[in-house]
Design a protein around this ligand. Structure first.
Ligand code: PGA
Length: 249
């Protein structure tokens, strides 16, 4: 599977800044890695238009768990697809913490995303307190179990799983490679129980996220099981985003 680097701009770029980034990244060549940018909903259409003749894809940062109806403020999978999104970030820790997203709600978002043939980027990860209590593995297994409950995952369903320890996001702290491998193993096993290990190995791209920068990306890329990154802060500038992606070669 091709490696993948995703820029999560959160609520940090205006429409003009998002389009400017798209126009610039288009000119940058990064071989052997899929690039995805996740702008705010308001910039999705213009960014997808700006990236039309490029291989860079667009992701929504969230999606509704229902298809249609009286849900003020929500945006459906059909709507993000209509404006050019190919991926959807689901269950980011900021949404879990600030919007109380969990369990069934996340599974519904996964279901809606897959129903529209969009690729989910499912975020999982433990908090500092859960890590300190030795609960990381249990948390990861539960998050995977809940997010995939009732889903018809089969050998053709493309899925991206981003392991993002909450304590590593925006903190400057990066996961230790041994811990990352352990987390990967736990996630792989959870998916194997749900579908199969072959499914994980052939259809699931495993990303790491949490304070990835140009200074710490090299040793992480060196880990064979790491297929890419979900990047926040270091994805805001074309230069650092593209440099991190290029470091995979
Ligand atoms: P960060 O954010 O790279 O700024 O730590 C990652 C994320 O929240 O996805």
């Amino acid at each position: 599977m091709k490696r993948l680097v995703v820029a999560n701009w959160k609520m940090k770029k205006s429409l003009a800044q998002s389009v400017a980034f798209a126009k610039e990244i288009k000119k940058v060549s990064v071989r052997g890695v899929d690039l995805v940018v996740a702008p705010s909903f308001t910039a999705l259409e213009r960014v997808s238009d700006a990236l039309k003749k490029s291989t860079v894809r667009v992701a929504a940062q969230d999606v509704s768990g229902v298809a249609k109806g009286s849900f003020t403020g929500d945006v459906s999978a059909a709507m993000v697809k209509e404006v050019g999104a190919k991926y959807v970030i689901i269950g980011h820790s900021e949404r879990r913490a600030l919007h109380h997203e969990q369990g069934r709600n996340i599974a519904n978002k996964m279901q809606q995303t897959l129903a529209k043939k969009l690729i989910p980027i499912l975020c999982v990860g433990e908090t500092a307190a859960e890590k300190a209590a030795g609960r990381r593995d249990a948390v990861l297994v539960q998050q995977i179990k809940q997010a995939t409950a009732g889903l018809d995952l089969h050998e053709k369903t493309k899925l991206v799983i981003a392991y993002e320890p909450v304590w590593a996001i925006g903190s400057g702290d990066v996961v230790d490679p041994y811990d990352l491998e352990d987390a990967w193993r736990v996630i792989r096993r959870a998916i194997a129980l749900r579908v199969s290990s072959k499914y994980f190995d052939t259809q699931v791209r495993f990303l790491y996220g949490g304070s990835v920068t140009i200074t710490n990306a090299a040793p992480l890329w060196a880990l064979s099981f790491v297929q890419g990154f979900l990047i926040g802060g270091a994805s805001l500038k074309v230069k650092s985003f593209a440099t991190i992606a290029r470091m995979s070669q």
